[in-house]
Design a protein around this ligand. Structure first.
Ligand code: APR
Length: 176
């Protein structure tokens, strides 16, 4: 039974969230960028980039999760996961986006985290339509949480419309 009761949606700035694990919508290169990736690097400080270069010289595959320390963030760890670039839905984007969420939950669970905060992965620069991403992300997180009963998840959305979209997807999943 997917654990949708352990998911919540809120509007906010992910870099100001207090959570055991903060998920970064990274690029496969793992060298920072714009959007939430850029915001996280600015908030975490230059040591984050140094750790990424040292630990992941070859970067990270789309859908995989690469943990680092939290550095300047109010967390125990940052989980870097490259989402898929939207290519009109015919290139396995849905499965890759689900994999981002599953692998991030597993990484947080294995590290003993009690809370994990996600941005809307791939819904910015990577162009994934949020109305398609939201139900998929909610379902992937709900299913993955089944294996980690101590873990609470939240989506931290940068705009009210996005928060409403994710909340509607969560309500739908709960009611399904
Ligand atoms: N807190 C929460 N959400 C944020 C924040 C923030 N501080 N900043 C941006 N966002 C939101 C965006 O509005 C969008 O809804 O995060 C979502 C993901 O958008 P992007 O950050 O652009 O990430 P993505 O679409 O996955 O593209 C990743 O962009 O920044 C580069 O290096 C990154 O190449 C990678 C690509």
């Amino acid at each position: 039974m997917p654990a949708f009761s352990r998911i919540e949606c809120r509007r906010g700035d992910l870099t100001r969230e207090r959570a055991d694990a903060i998920v970064n919508a990274a690029s496969p290169a793992l060298r920072g960028g714009g959007g939430v990736d850029g915001a996280i690097h600015r908030a975490a400080g230059p040591e984050l980039l140094a750790e990424l270069i040292a630990r992941y010289p070859k970067g990270c595959a789309v859908g995989e999760a690469c943990p680092t320390g939290a550095h300047g963030l109010n967390a125990r760890m940052i989980i870097h996961t490259p989402g898929p670039i939207w290519r009109w839905g015919g290139a396995g984007e849905a499965e890759a986006l689900a994999a981002c969420h599953r692998s991030s939950i597993v990484a947080a669970g294995k590290a003993g985290c009690r809370s994990i905060a996600f941005p809307a992965i791939s819904c910015g620069v990577y162009g994934y339509p949020p109305d398609r991403a939201a139900p998929l992300a909610v379902r992937a997180v709900g299913e993955a949480l089944e294996d980690w009963p101590e873990l609470q998840a939240r989506f931290v959305l940068f705009s009210e419309p996005l928060r409403e979209l994710f909340q509607a997807a969560l309500d739908q999943a709960r009611g399904a």
